[in-house]
Write a protein that binds this ligand. Structure first.
Ligand SMILES: *Cc1c(COP(=O)(O)O)cnc(C)c1O
Length: 462
C-alpha cells in the first residue's frame, strides 16, 4: 500500500514513512493510493469479534508490510489496554432508533485517545526497530495535548513537548497534561492564545537546523495513522446494529474533519452507511460550505464546545481531493486561494460532497438545551460537543435508518458547561478520581520561539 499527497506533488510513501512524516512536502495530506474494499461477507464476519480484532481486520490492508500480523496485533492490544470499558466504544440507546457511540472511555476521556494511543505504539515499534529517537512537539487547545501526553508517556524512543495557552484550558485538561510524572513528558504553558502556540510549533518545523537537530516529529490531526484508527469504530458500531444487512447513519461533532472523514473511508471500503452528517457549533464554516459552496474563514467565536472552535478545517482537504476526482492540482489551487482569504467549491465538487455529507449547526442555546433535555429524559449527561451532535442528529433523523451520534468527550471533561445546562455535576470516572490531588509539573514560557527552542534543546541534550 502506497500513500500519495492530496496536492499531487510529493514523494509517494509507505505507510510507515507517511506516518512518521505527517504533512507531505508539497503541503498536502497523505491518502492511500486506493481504498481497499471490505467484502460483505468479511463485514458480516466481524459480528461478535472484540474491538481489537475488528481493529486488526479493518486496518491491516492499509499498513502494507510495515509490521507483521503478530506485531500489529500486539501494537493494537497495547494501545487499547488502558481503556476503562471492555467494549472500548460502547453503544447506548437514546431513543427509538437513535444511539450514542461513547468514545470517551480512553485515558483522557475524549475520542482522540483512539488515534493517539495507537499512534504512540506505532511510533515506538517503528522507531525502536530503526534505532531512531524523535521529539514530538504539538500545540493544543486542550484535548489533543493531553491525549498525546498519555500516548507517549514513558515510551523509550520519544520525548513529547506540548504547548498550551497558559490559563486558557480547562482545569481537567491542564491537570491531564501536567500530572504525568515520566521524564519524557514536558508540558509548556505559553503566554498567549492557542493560535500563538500553533504558530510557534509551525515556526519550529520551519527552522530546519533545529528540526533536524532534535528530530522533530508531529502527530497533529492530519496524520493519516490517526484517521485510520478512527475508521474502526464505524465498523464496530454499524455491525452491532446489523451491518452489512442494514444501513446506518452517523452524526459527527466536527472541527478539523478528521473524525467524520474516517467515516467516509469506512463507507468507501464498503460499510453500508446511509448518511454522514457534519455537526458544527456556531463556528460553522463547514456547514456554510456544504450549503453555499463558500469556504471563507472568519474569526473564531469561543463556544462551550471549544474542541470544535476552528477557522480552518485541515482534514477537509482530503474530502475535497475526492470531490475533485483526485485532481491534486485543483486542490493545490484551492489551498492557494485559501491563503488569499477563501475559496468557492465548484458546482460539480459541491454535488459530490453532498452525495456523501449532510450538515447542520447548533447554537450555544441549542447545545445547552440538548444537554438539559437528554439529562431529564434519559439520564445521559452529554458533553457539549456530543450535545451539538445529538441536536443536529435529531433534526436530520430518517425513521427508517438507525442513527448513531458520536459522543466525543466525557461530560466530566467540561464540568462547568454541563452543570450550567443541566444542574448536574458530572463526576470523574473512579480510575482518575484523584486527578485533583496529583502533583503538577509545568514549565512557564513566553511566546518566543528562541525561548521555547532553548527549553527543548536543553531537555533533549541537543
Ligand atoms: C477534536 C474534537 C472534536 C472534533 O473532531 P475533528 O476530528 O477535529 O473533527 C470534537 N469533539 C471533541 C471532544 C474533540 O476533542
Amino acid at each position: 500500500m502506497q500513500y500519495i499527497s492530496t496536492r499531487g506533488d510529493a514523494p509517494v510513501l509507505s505507510f510507515e514513512a507517511a506516518m512518521l512524516t505527517g504533512l507531505a512536502r508539497d503541503g498536502g495530506l497523505y491518502l492511500p493510493e486506493s481504498i481497499p474494499p471490505m467484502l460483505s461477507a468479511d463485514i458480516a464476519a466481524l459480528h461478535g469479534q472484540s474491538y481489537d480484532e475488528v481493529a486488526f481486520r479493518v486496518m491491516r490492508p492499509f499498513i502494507g508490510d510495515t509490521f507483521t500480523d503478530d506485531e500489529f496485533r500486539e501494537i493494537i492490544a497495547r494501545a487499547y489496554e488502558g481503556f476503562g470499558h471492555a467494549a472500548r466504544a460502547p453503544l447506548v440507546q437514546l431513543d427509538q432508533g437513535h444511539f450514542l457511540l461513547e468514545l470517551f472511555h480512553g485515558p483522557t476521556l475524549a475520542f482522540k485517545d483512539f488515534a493517539m494511543q495507537l499512534i504512540g505504539q506505532l511510533f515506538e515499534a517503528s522507531l525502536k526497530r530503526n534505532g531512531q529517537r524523535v521529539c514530538i512537539v504539538g500545540a493544543t487547545s486542550g484535548d489533543t495535548g493531553s491525549a498525546a501526553i498519555e500516548a507517549f508517556r514513558g515510551l523509550d524512543a520519544v520525548d513529547v513537548f506540548i504547548l498550551y495557552p497558559h490559563e486558557r484550558v480547562s482545569e481537567v485538561q491542564r491537570r491531564q497534561m501536567t500530572t504525568p510524572s515520566e521524564s519524557n513528558v514536558h508540558a509548556l504553558a505559553v503566554t498567549g492564545h492557542f493560535d500563538d502556540c500553533q504558530a510557534r510549533v509551525k515556526d519550529m518545523f520551519n527552522d530546519f537546523e533545529f528540526r533536524d537537530a532534535v528530530g522533530l516529529a508531529g502527530v497533529n490531526s492530519i496524520n493519516w495513522a490517526r484517521v485510520l484508527a478512527q475508521v474502526v469504530y464505524y465498523f464496530t458500531s454499524a455491525v452491532a446494529l446489523g451491518a452489512p444487512h442494514r444501513k446506518v447513519s452517523f452524526t459527527v461533532p466536527t472541527g478539523n474533519f478528521g473524525d467524520i472523514f474516517a467515516g467516509y473511508i469506512a463507507k468507501q471500503m464498503g460499510l453500508p452507511i446511509d448518511r454522514l452528517i457534519v455537526a458544527t457549533n456556531q463556528n460553522d464554516i463547514l456547514h456554510r460550505c456544504l450549503t453555499t459552496s463558500d469556504y471563507t474563514p472568519d474569526g473564531v467565536i469561543p463556544s462551550i464546545s471549544p474542541s470544535m472552535d476552528i477557522q480552518v478545517s485541515s482534514n477537509f482537504e482530503r474530502a475535497l481531493y475526492y470531490a475533485y476526482d483526485q485532481d491534486g492540482s485543483a486542490v493545490a489551487q484551492l489551498m492557494d486561494e485559501l491563503r488569499q482569504g477563501g475559496f468557492s467549491v465548484s458546482q460539480g465538487a459541491l454535488q459530490a460532497l453532498r452525495e456523501s455529507f449532510d450538515s447542520g449547526r447548533a447554537s450555544e442555546e441549542e447545545t445547552s438545551a440538548t444537554i438539559a433535555r437528554l439529562s431529564e429524559k434519559t439520564g445521559e449527561l452529554l458533553c457539549p460537543h456530543s450535545a451539538v451532535g445529538v441536536h443536529v442528529a435529531e433534526t436530520h433523523r430518517d425513521p427508517a435508518v438507525p442513527m448513531i451520534t458520536l459522543a466525543t468527550a466525557h461530560p466530566a471533561k467540561f464540568p462547568a458547561a454541563v452543570e450550567a445546562a443541566s444542574g448536574q455535576h458530572p463526576p470523574l470516572p473512579e480510575r482518575m478520581s484523584d486527578l485533583y490531588e496529583r502533583a503538577e509539573r509545568v514549565t512557564r514560557v513566553e511566546n518566543d520561539l528562541g525561548a521555547i527552542e532553548d527549553i527543548i534543546r536543553e531537555r533533549t541534550g541537543h
